[in-house]
Design a protein. Structure first.
Length: 194
């Protein structure tokens, strides 16, 4: 079933998608232009859909994720990269420049998922999840960051961080390279340079 879904998404978006994560569910990032085509794919395959956290406020151009469920399958469709805002019960989008960077640098994988984030983009995405969504560092995030750090271009990582985190990028960069992931969230909020 996963292959059929990914092949359909691939065809409908002309390969303009990225699998963000396969940890507990399958997170798919697409260009918003393809959103309704992808919703139709899941509907036609008998999935039930629901808006994730519909009570939350989407700020700027953020959009709610759409979750799809069928049997033991769970997909989350992201039409842009959004994270929880510092304001309670809100979603904020990451800067469009970083999202464009993610698509520009995506990597073709040799598995059913077809496309994934580059190591540098993946680190930035995970760091944003830590700072904005989790406020802690789940073990699987720490493991993933440790693994990704073995295959990065350091200059490229700093560039990607600057696209997403602006003035906080250099501080985050140092924390990441020194593997002080647990300080990312609190230092972001406390950072006087930001």
């Amino acid at each position: 079933m996963n292959k059929k879904i990914i092949d359909s998404i691939s065809k409908s978006t002309q390969d303009n998608f990225i699998i963000l994560s396969t940890h507990n569910d399958i997170d798919i990032l697409i260009d918003g232009y393809y959103k309704y085509k992808i919703i139709n794919i899941f509907n036609n395959l008998g999935f039930k859909s629901q808006i994730k956290n519909p009570e939350s406020t989407c700020l700027y151009y953020a959009e709610h994720d759409i979750q799809f469920f069928k049997d033991n399958l769970h997909y989350d469709l992201h039409s842009n990269l959004c994270y929880k805002g510092l304001k309670p019960n809100s979603y904020i989008p990451i800067d469009k420049t970083f999202e464009e960077y993610c698509f520009k640098t995506k990597i073709k994988s040799n598995d059913v998922w077809k496309y994934k984030l580059s190591p540098e983009a993946n680190i930035v995405h995970i760091v944003c999840r830590i700072i904005f969504d989790k406020k802690t560092v789940p073990q699987h995030y720490q493991n993933k960051l440790e693994s990704l750090l073995n295959s990065i271009d350091k200059d490229e990582l700093l560039y990607a961080l600057e696209l997403a985190l602006f003035k906080y990028a250099k501080h985050a960069y140092n924390l990441i390279l020194n593997r002080k992931f647990e300080h990312l969230s609190t230092s972001y909020i406390a950072c006087c340079d930001y």
